[in-house]
Write a protein that binds this ligand. Structure first.
Ligand SMILES: [Zn+2]
Length: 477
């Protein structure tokens, strides 16, 4: 009897602590660990030019080994010594196919002379931390590693394996880590679906959270080179044919004929949910879009906003110009890079042909510029797949956790205007979602920019958020 009582008491306490852990914010030790990891990652330069992603991957491997993760659950591998990726498997009950969490370790270039502080020094000031990668996206790497270590300490056993892959060359470089892992070690990373803190997001205004996004689809990135050539000659004897004029005319035509408006299941859900929080006129236009036929006039009005424009169509815009060879010579060549963000369902070649059709000048060529900078007469034909329907359990978990942490704040699925590494996992047939949890002020987006920074409170809230979302999804309720 006595024994029974004790067992019951122990069970009661265990039950309580398990329930407590499920909803609890991370303890002080986890918070400190996460912040230390964040500092360590920011101070390892992982730029493509002079940095080293492998150093960061090995540093995270050591963190996990020190925390007791078995060596056989860890892999550090890549195509060369500077571009290694870390993969770690956290074992669950095997009740479902694993989930893969991907987050890139590399960062965009940052020059000391452009910044107020050293971009590779973790500087705390006025409630913010400064450094390259504080927003994009070493914050995510630190949160994932610290959360795995926390789960292990707390004895959390998810219903399935959680795989975390921290990877190279998302921002540039020729060795994208997610792509490399999928091609070379699919068994390490094969998953039911992907979550990626580098996509989706949490918007705040002066630190107050105002909206939570689920990244549920991605546009396809492509560069094209529009080239005009001419025999040239002496600039004292100009003619009407001139490579610079012809290129300028071509670009003017692109400005005048944007791509058509489109919708897909994710952008429909975006407009349906966003309409609920927009001013009346905008909401009415968004609702008008969702009718059986797309309301062109409503789309035109909405597309005046660059963000909504990017959600509604393929966009192409000239981003670089290069022309002529001497101040006193007629140009023999004029060329412009045209950067496109392609609406899912179209191929890069389809868009290349469409650009040529809009330019309608056989004297000009439109070439495809591959990620490695090489130029080609045609582009890849494969279409970026239209998004699969959003997994209801993913949206439900995000709704639940957001309601707890930021009551009343809307949760909105979206199509990312820029592409994240999800583009590779989606292409590999693995549905992929962006879930961040880290709030960034709408007027303080400094990813890729100077003096990149993150509110310290947003870091800790993001850490709390990720523990909650993973438990909500994988506790096997
Ligand atoms: Zn990023």
């Amino acid at each position: 009897m006595r024994r029974h009582l004790i067992t019951a008491a122990v069970a009661f306490v265990l039950g309580l602590s398990a329930a407590h852990a499920k909803d609890a914010a991370p303890d002080e030790a986890t918070r400190k660990l996460a912040f230390d990891i964040f500092r360590q990652l920011i101070e390892i330069n992982t730029t493509d030019s002079v940095g080293n992603v492998s150093t960061a991957a090995h540093a995270m491997e050591k963190r996990l080994l020190d925390a007791g993760f078995p060596a056989q659950d860890l892999h550090v591998a890549g195509p060369n010594a500077r571009k290694e990726n870390l993969v770690v498997r956290y074992h669950g009950k095997g009740k479902a196919k694993p989930v893969l969490l991907i987050c890139h370790l590399d960062v965009v270039e940052a020059r000391r002379e452009d910044w107020t502080t050293d971009p590779f020094e973790f500087v705390e000031k006025d409630g913010f931390v400064y450094g390259r990668g504080t927003q994009d996206v070493k914050v995510g790497d630190a949160i994932l590693v610290a959360t795995l270590i926390r789960f292990r300490r707390e004895g959390f056993v998810p219903d399935r394996d959680l795989i975390v892959a921290l990877t190279a060359d998302e921002e540039g470089g020729a060795y994208n880590g997610v792509d490399w892992l999928l091609k070379n070690h699919r068994d390490w990373v094969d998953a039911d679906y992907v979550l990626n803190p580098d996509s989706g997001g949490v918007d705040s205004v002066s630190g107050k959270v105002v909206s939570v996004q689920l990244g549920a689809s991605e546009k396809l990135y492509a560069d094209y080179l529009v080239v005009a050539t001419n025999p040239g000659g002496h600039s004292s004897l100009p003619r009407t044919d001139n490579a610079i004029y012809e290129l300028a005319d071509a670009l003017e035509k692109l400005r005048a004929s944007p791509f058509p408006f489109e919708l897909n299941p994710v952008t429909r859900e975006f407009f349906a949910r966003d309409a609920k929080v927009e001013p009346k006129d905008v909401a009415a236009d968004m609702q008008a879009l969702l009718g059986p036929t797309l309301d062109e006039a409503a789309a035109q009005r909405l597309a005046k906003d660059p963000h909504l424009n990017s959600v509604l169509r393929t966009t192409c815009v000239p981003t670089r110009l290069d022309a002529g060879h001497a101040n006193n010579a007629l140009p023999q060549r004029a060329q412009a890079n045209v950067n496109c963000r392609i609406f899912p369902g179209h191929s890069k070649e389809e868009i290349r042909r469409e650009l040529a059709r809009k330019i309608a000048d056989p004297g000009l060529t439109v070439m495809f510029v591959a990620p490695d900078g090489s130029r080609h007469d045609t582009a890849p034909e494969e279409k970026s797949p239209a998004p699969p329907p959003i997994r209801p359990e993913v949206l439900r978990a995000l709704d639940e956790v957001s309601a707890k942490m930021w009551p009343g704040v809307p949760v909105i699925p979206e199509m990312e205007p820029g592409a994240s590494d999800n583009i590779y996992t989606i292409a590999a047939g693995i549905p992929s979602y962006g879930i961040s949890g880290v709030a960034i002020d709408r007027d303080d987006v400094r990813a890729h920019g100077r003096d990149e920074r993150l509110r310290v409170s947003a870091f800790y809230a993001g850490l709390d958020f990720y523990g909650r979302i993973l438990r909500a999804l994988y506790s096997g309720r």
